[in-house]
Design a protein around this ligand. Structure first.
Ligand SMILES: *Cc1c(COP(=O)(O)O)cnc(C)c1O
Length: 394
């Protein structure tokens, strides 16, 4: 017997029991309705219980849940082909989560250098403030004390450099460097948007030194920025990329995408996953892509991103004692806070808007991509009201 909670208390959970979702709204167990700008942490891109996604899940539930990756499925091959057609990649491996997809990317990079006879090149350069998940490898790449404390010894092979500092990246490259891993838009770390110039500099450095460029688009990919993938904005393509979150709209699926060259070490027997790419997940992934690639969908996301930004700019300007800046791209915006971001998140929730903290004292706003202009206005009124209430307390 013990007082230790049955659910391991690794999260500082909000006292809100999530009961039901409908589009951009989340309902708690008391029936209170919230406008949901957490969206399952940028997962529920198409909103809660999107009819096309629910239909895909229900249909597949009566057909086949899983068969094992020792067999082929038409659904898995179809989703892989769709992602190949829509991206820089030649090949895709499905996993169950973002961290797993990221890990597959790390393995792909290390295996590439082993396959080309340079196994001494295994180190990967990562960036301060990065977040790649909670596996041992992913925390070793971020080196953030909050994530690594007590979990050592850490996996070796990651060299941390200052964010968006090309001189620091260049200085960190050694004969042992294999690749560079980068989030084109930093999510957890504070909603920072890398300039297209920096991505071009990273690509040029990788080409010069023979390194593989690895983008983590687990959060910023799948339509969030108004493009299917955030890298499209820069014209720069990576060699390896991981995606997850909105790919399954809440059903667990992640994917590692790579060029044929980068994936040349990933041959039969080198990697695997029991559930990864099961037909339920892949049917949902196909349905998500059907919606996101429909004519005009992503253009409208981009337009709404500009609208949200213009609204937030006005609010931030009107409340300088609460907000000191605005960051982000598309429907991935962050308000930099003057009081603690958690106080702002609480104030927003009390007024009916769910948002979440990010690094650098930022409040993250991640509305579902199906958000309407009227709902953006509704959120804007709530933020304005919450800011006024916080000002009254100063
Ligand atoms: C959420 C996230 C991950 C980890 O994904 P999980 O599904 O939680 O393992 C990795 N990278 C980025 C950029 C993320 O935002």
């Amino acid at each position: 017997m013990s007082d230790f909670p049955a659910l391991m208390p690794v999260y500082n959970r909000v006292d809100l029991y999530a009961e039901r979702g409908d589009g951009a709204y989340l309902f708690d167990d008391k029936g209170r309705r919230y406008l949901d700008f957490v969206a399952g942490m940028a997962v529920v891109g198409l909103g809660h219980c999107h009819p096309q996604i629910v239909a895909a899940l229900k249909k597949q539930a009566d057909i086949l849940w899983t068969a094992s990756n020792i067999f082929k499925t038409h659904s898995g091959e179809r989703l892989a082909q769709r992602l190949v057609d829509l991206s820089f990649a030649d090949t895709v491996f499905f996993q169950n989560s973002g961290a797993e997809a990221w890990e597959c990317g790390v393995k792909t990079i290390r295996k590439y250098f082993s396959a080309i006879g340079q196994p001494q090149r295994f180190r990967i350069i990562s960036f301060q403030g990065c977040f790649h998940g909670r596996t041992m490898t992913a925390i070793a790449a971020s080196k953030a004390e909050k994530m690594v404390g007590g979990f050592g010894p850490l996996i070796d092979g990651f060299d941390l450099v200052a964010w968006e500092d090309i001189a620091a990246v260049r200085a960190a490259v050694t004969d042992a460097t294999a690749g560079i891993v980068f989030e084109p838009v930093i999510g957890e770390g504070g909603m920072k948007v890398a300039s297209p110039e920096f991505l071009k500099q990273l690509r040029a450095l990788c080409d010069e030194k023979g390194l593989l460029l690895f983008f983590d688009e687990v959060q910023c990919g799948m339509g969030r920025t108004g493009k299917l993938f955030a890298y499209e904005e820069s014209g720069v393509t990576p060699d390896v990329m991981c995606i997850a979150k909105a790919l399954g709209n809440g059903f667990p699926i992640g994917a590692c995408l790579a060029t044929a060259k980068a994936a040349q070490g990933m041959t039969k027997g080198t990697h695997g996953s029991t559930y990864g790419g099961n037909p339920q997940a892949t049917e949902i992934g196909i349905a998500v892509l059907d919606v996101m690639t429909a004519k005009g969908f992503l253009d409208d996301v981009a337009r709404k991103g500009y609208y949200l930004r213009s609204v937030l700019e006005k609010i931030a300007a009107a409340h300088p004692k609460i907000f000191s800046g605005l960051r982000g791209r598309g429907l991935m915006q962050g308000l930099v806070c003057v009081p603690s971001n958690s106080a702002v998140v609480t104030a927003l929730r009390e007024e009916g808007l769910l948002a979440v903290e990010a690094g650098d004292n930022v409040v993250r706003l991640l509305p579902p991509l199906i958000i309407t202009d009227a709902q953006i206005d509704e959120a804007s009124a709530i933020i304005d009201l919450a800011a006024k209430k916080l000002e009254a307390l100063l």
